[in-house]
Design a binder for this molecule. Structure first.
Ligand SMILES: Cc1ncc(COP(=O)(O)O)c(C=O)c1O
Length: 373
């Protein structure tokens, strides 16, 4: 096949160039009001997210890693505690646990790339305080099973829902199942800002009240310092940008689901490719497809071939599960997760890619295996 496309994994400049006039208006409006820290754009954005997710409280913070750490701290996780998480996740999940003073305990991923619920019970010790599933790639784990185990052993549940804003499981949004969840507004996220940004989601009023203080140096609205805190506020300008993009959020999610369907349809007959769950694979899940993660044979060769054909792909976390970062002190061996990490590849899925380009990506993958390149 003749190379005739240039499809980067993610076109960062498109975030601005496709909306430049409207975004300049946002910038002008916020700047001319001098509304930079903890202003109306932030509280409006928080209220809109709460309404959209059906979750009582939303707080904008500096990034999702902070959001998770603040949640864990507010929930009482600390020294001597163990928190179980899935090793196929960003290091941020584990570092948020670590910096509370607790010990992150990695366990296996399942075939759907979400926490393997069958591996949870054997990881529970008398120090275990919480289970922290990552709602990876825009899809929610089997929360019925997780909540049942949590109930049996009297454990808390937190969600790393950084990749899953608006994803649903049995009609409930990511972030609503336990103490709370986090959202990341990193630019390449389904809802991204122009830098770092994040949010805490919680239905628990006391967790909300605590994090509201903690994100702003422990100060209340009168400037009284009530507790030790952090500086972890979502900038008002970022909130205004997010408000602008949020107007189109449902359309964006629908488009991503359309792209996922196209990939699924066109790749389903290639024996060497294992696909993620399809858009309507079960009636429990509403997947927002933050990522389209396939498992393939000869992964690295395929990646190189696709690059030669002008197609950008990405290997999440550089191809290593969290427990494989031995410098951090992990000693576990998780064979299934390690094998997934050697085979996984993210295909481009974003608002820049066209259907024709998706078809080209699929054709190239098909050529690679059919012609044994
Ligand atoms: C699963 C997961 N957890 C946590 C994070 C951290 O998010 P942030 O960069 O906003 O701190 C990310 C970001 O990519 C993520 O994908």
């Amino acid at each position: 096949m003749v190379k005739n496309f240039n499809i980067p994994f993610f076109k960062y400049p498109d975030l601005f160039s496709k909306h430049s006039r409207e975004l300049m208006e946002v910038f002008h409006d916020v700047s001319s009001r001098g509304a930079f820290i903890m202003q109306d754009d932030l509280s409006n954005f928080e209220a809109r997210l709460a309404k959209y997710t059906g979750i009582n409280y939303v707080l904008g913070v500096a990034n999702a890693t902070d959001a998770l750490q603040l949640l864990l701290k507010a929930g009482g996780i600390g020294y001597g505690d163990e928190v179980i998480f899935c090793s196929h996740t960003m290091i941020a999940t584990a570092s948020a646990i670590k910096f509370t003073g607790a010990t992150p305990i990695p366990i296996e991923v399942g075939p759907d790339h979400l926490i393997d619920v069958n591996s949870i019970e054997s990881a529970i010790t008398n120090k275990t305080k919480a289970i922290l599933p990552t709602q990876l790639n825009g899809r929610i784990a089997n929360m019925d099973a997780i909540l049942k185990i949590a109930d049996k052993y009297n454990l808390q549940v937190y969600e790393d829902s950084a990749q899953a804003l608006g994803a649903k499981y049995k009609g409930k949004s990511a972030g609503s199942f336990g103490v709370g969840g986090c959202i990341s507004f990193y630019p390449a996220k389904v809802l991204g800002c122009f830098g770092d940004g994040g949010a805490v989601l919680t239905n628990d009023e006391s967790i909300y009240n605590t994090i509201k203080l903690m994100r702003d140096h422990g100060r209340d609205h009168e400037g009284n310092v009530c507790m030790w805190g952090f500086n972890s506020r979502l900038d008002n300008l970022q909130a205004a940008i997010l408000n602008y993009f949020f107007d189109h959020y449902m359309f964006v999610v629908e488009r991503r689901r359309e792209i996922a369907s196209l990939y699924n349809k066109q790749l389903k007959d290639i024996y060497e490719v294992v696909l993620p769950p399809s858009v309507n694979s079960d009636n429990c899940s509403f997947d927002i497809y933050q990522n389209f993660e396939i498992e393939v044979k000869k992964r690295d060769k395929l990646k190189t071939f696709l690059a030669e054909m002008g197609i950008g792909t990405l290997i999440q976390w550089g191809g290593k599960a969290v427990h494989e970062f031995r410098d951090l002190g992990f000693t576990q061996s998780l064979p299934y997760t390690e094998s997934v990490m050697r085979r996984s590849l993210l295909l481009p899925i974003n608002m820049s890619i066209t259907n024709e380009e998706v078809e080209y990506v699929c054709q190239c993958i098909s050529d690679f295996y059919n012609k044994s390149i």
